[in-house]
Design a protein around this ligand. Sequence first.
Ligand code: NAD
Length: 487
Amino acid sequence: MAGTKALLTLENFINGKFVPCSSYIDSYDPSTGEVHCRVPDSGNEEIEAAVEAARAAFPGWSARSPQERSQVLHRLADLLEKSLEDLAQAESRDQGKTITLARTMDIPRSVQNFRFFASSILHHTSECTHMDHVGCLHYTLRAPVGIAGLISPWNLPLYLLTWKVAPAIAAGNTVIAKPSELTSVTAWMMCKLLETAGVPPGVVNIVFGTGPKVGEALVSHPEVPLISFTGSQPTAERIAQLSAPHCKKLSLELGGKNPAIIFEDANLEECIPTTVRSSFANQGEICLCTSRIFVQKSIYSEFLKKFVAATRMWKVGIPSDPSASMGALISKAHLEKVRSYVKKARAEGARILCGEGVDTLSLPPKNQAGYFMLPTVITDIKDESCCMKEEIFGPVTCVVPFDSEEEVIQRANSVKYGLAATVWSSNVGRVHRVAKKLQSGLVWTNCWLIRELNLPFGGMKSSGIGREGAKDSYEFFTEVKTITIKH
Ligand code: NAD
C-alpha cells in the first residue's frame, strides 16, 4: 500500500521487550478517515509468549512488599505525567476526542490511577475473629491471583486500561492487557516508560489485536485465572461463555442507558450545562453518559427550549481545536450505527429538535471524510422506542416529560441496564428517596461524573458484574483465604 512505510507501526510488549508481529491491522484517524497507524494482529502465539513471561515474573513481583510495588507505581505515574502533552495529542488523534478532554481528563486520570492504587495498596487490613470457647482464632489472608487478563474499550483508552493495570500490579499480579484495536497508541507509548519506572520484565505485557482473535485467546487461556473486562454487553456474554469451563474470576463493566431525572425544583442554571455535558462529553461515548432525560411537566417546555439552545452551543470541531466541545466519533461503522438510531426515531414519528438532519455541520476540507456528527436532541418519543431502550453510545439524547416521582422511578428503571443515573432537585428528602429506588450502580445528584475512586464503581442488571474501586479492586485482584489457629 502506498505510504504504508511512513505509518506509525506498533509492536507488542512482551517480557519487557517490543516484539514485532507477523501481521498488522489498519487503525484510522477518526477526524480524517485515513489510516494513521498499524496495530499488531496478534493471536494464540503472542498470548503463549505473554503467558510464559507473566508466569516467570509472578514469583518475584508477588513476593515484593506493597511498599516496594507502590514506589514503582508512583514512578510510573510521574513518568506518565511528564509525557502528558504527548500522550494527550496521541489519544486525541487516535480516538477522535478533543485535545482539551484528553489533556484535562484522560491523561491526568491515567496518572491518578497509578498514584491512587500506589497509595491505597498500603492501607488494606485483614479480618480476625476469636472463638475463645474452642480456643481458636481465625484470620484472613489475601494473595494475588496470578496472571490477570485485562481487556479495555476504545472510548477512554489509557484511562480505562490504567484503571485495571494499576490495581492488578499493585496487588502483586502480573498482567496481560489487550487494549481496543481501534485505540492502541497510548498503551504502546506507556510500555516505553515501564522499564524506567522499574517495572520488571514480564510484569506488564501488552498484546494488541482484535477481540475475536487475540481477545479470545487471552480469555480462553487456562493459565489466566482472572479476566477484568470493560466493554459491551454482547462481548461480555462471549467472555462469560469462554471463561465458564475454567471458573475464571470475572469483572464485567458494561454499557448503560442512563437516565437524568429533572424535578421542577431543580436549579436549571446548573442542571442545563451539566446535562449537555453528561449527554455529549466525549461525543456521548462514555458509558456514564445521559441518554434519557425525564423532565417534570411543569418545567418541560422551559427546559427543552434552554437545553436545545445550549446543545447548539456545544461546538463540534476537529479534535486538535482547543475550543471544540466535541470531536469525531470512533469509526465509520459506529457513526453509521448512531445515525441509524436517529433515522429510526424519525420514522417512528419522534421530533429531532437539533443536530442530525436538522442543522448543518461545517468542517475543513481535509476532515470531510471524518466521522463527525452534531449533538442531537430527540423528543416526542415513546419509552418503548429502541432509542429509549438500547445503548446508542453517541451524541444523541432523548427528552421526555413526567408527572410524578413514582412514575419516573418506574420508567427510569424500565430498561435492562443499571449503570448510572442523575437526579436534579433541591429537595434533600426527595433526592435520597429517589436515589435509593433507582436500579443503578451510581447515582449523581445535582452533578455528574464526580468520581470518588475509593468507593465502588460499576453497574447492576445488564451493566455488569462486580465493582471497581480501592477495596473492590483489591478484593477482585486477590484471593482470600481463612486460616484457623487452635491455641
Ligand atoms: P467491545 O465489547 O466491542 O470491545 C471491548 C474490548 O473487548 C475491546 O478491546 C475488544 O477488542 C475486545 N473484544 C471484542 N470481542 C471480544 C471477544 N470475543 N473476546 C475477547 N475480547 C473481545 O466494546 P467497545 O465498543 O470497545 O466499547 C464500548 C462499550 O463499552 C459500550 O457498551 C460502553 O458502554 C462500554 N463501556 C463500559 C464502561 C464501564 O465502566 N461500565 C466504560 C467504558 C465503556
